[in-house]
Ligand binder design. Structure first.
Ligand SMILES: NC(=O)c1ccc[n+]([C@@H]2O[C@H](COP(=O)([O-])OP(=O)(O)OC[C@H]3O[C@@H](n4cnc5c(N)ncnc54)[C@H](OP(=O)(O)O)[C@@H]3O)[C@@H](O)[C@H]2O)c1
Length: 239
């Protein structure tokens, strides 16, 4: 019988793939992975869903996973964009481009929240659900001394605000629920690759290390009634 299930959204990314593997190693009965891409063959415990992250796709897949056997005890949402075709993080105001900023906000803040919305009913019925959404330290308003990266920073700050709202809502529907806005550190993935030059020795983490830190953190988090914003080491980050 399938007792508990875990969901990883953005499982095609470096961190998402490592989280899916780590959850499998933890022995979850059912793991649902979501990505824009199809990974091909999956192991027996894994069900993969391909999504274009449109509102309708998110609602449809969210409902299907929610209705699948097992209580939703772990939900990890990894979506995030820093640069792409024809755009890089802005260093100055005059580099701002409205379409690019909208695209980054949609990917980094709106899409993760649409997923959370799609899983509200599953959170209500879960035993002790732990939700992690990949944020970033650069989304901290208080911690911002360097400036730059306008769209990425602001999209993660917007994500944190919406996660704070969601924490209030989830606590109302399930007192045992807890949400974590997670900063993974600098991790060796496609997202960080162009920006790794200045990273100090020993501070460029593997996705596997960070996935293991994240799951350990989630296992140890009690329901606090408020959003936690923590780094890979469990240290609190000011909002
Ligand atoms: N790597 C770092 O140093 C670092 C530092 C701080 C925070 N983070 C955060 O960690 C998360 C995971 O990033 P990563 O390092 O694993 O990078 P990655 O390998 O480039 O993965 C990117 C992630 O974003 C999703 N994604 C890509 N383009 C998207 C789009 N247009 N719309 C919606 N989703 C999209 C991917 O999902 P698919 O499965 O659909 O491809 C994947 O989950 C991000 O939220 C990032 O901001 C990373």
């Amino acid at each position: 019988m399938i007792d508990r299930k875990a969901v990883i959204v953005g499982a095609g990314g470096g961190i998402g793939a490592a989280v899916a593997q780590a959850l499998e190693a933890q022995g979850y009965d059912a793991i649902h992975t979501v990505s824009r891409s199809d990974p091909g063959e999956c192991s027996a415990h894994v069900t993969h869903w391909t999504s274009d992250y449109s509102d309708t796709s998110i609602a449809r897949i969210g409902a299907a996973i929610s209705g699948a056997p097992g209580r939703l005890e772990r939900l990890v949402i990894c979506n995030g964009v820093l640069q792409g075709d024809g755009f890089r993080p802005e260093r100055a105001l005059r580099q701002l481009d409205g379409d690019v900023t909208s695209h980054i906000f949609h990917a980094n803040a709106t899409i993760p929240m649409l997923w959370l919305g799609a899983f509200t009913d599953a959170i209500r019925g879960a035993e002790a659900p732990r939700v992690a959404v990949l944020s970033a330290r650069v989304g901290s308003i208080e911690d911002n001394r360097l400036g730059g990266w306008y769209s990425y920073r602001a999209s993660k700050a917007a994500l944190n605000m919406m996660l704070r709202c969601a924490s209030v809502e989830f606590t109302r529907i399930n007192k045992r629920a807890q949400i974590l806005a997670f900063h993974p550190g600098t991790v060796d993935t496609d997202l960080s690759r162009p920006f790794q030059r200045g990273v100090p020795e020993g501070k460029l983490f593997t996705p596997e290390f960070v996935a293991s830190r994240l799951l350990t953190l989630l296992d140890g988090l009690g329901p606090s009634g408020e959003l936690k914003y923590l780094d890979w080491d469990g240290q609190a980050i000011p909002f």
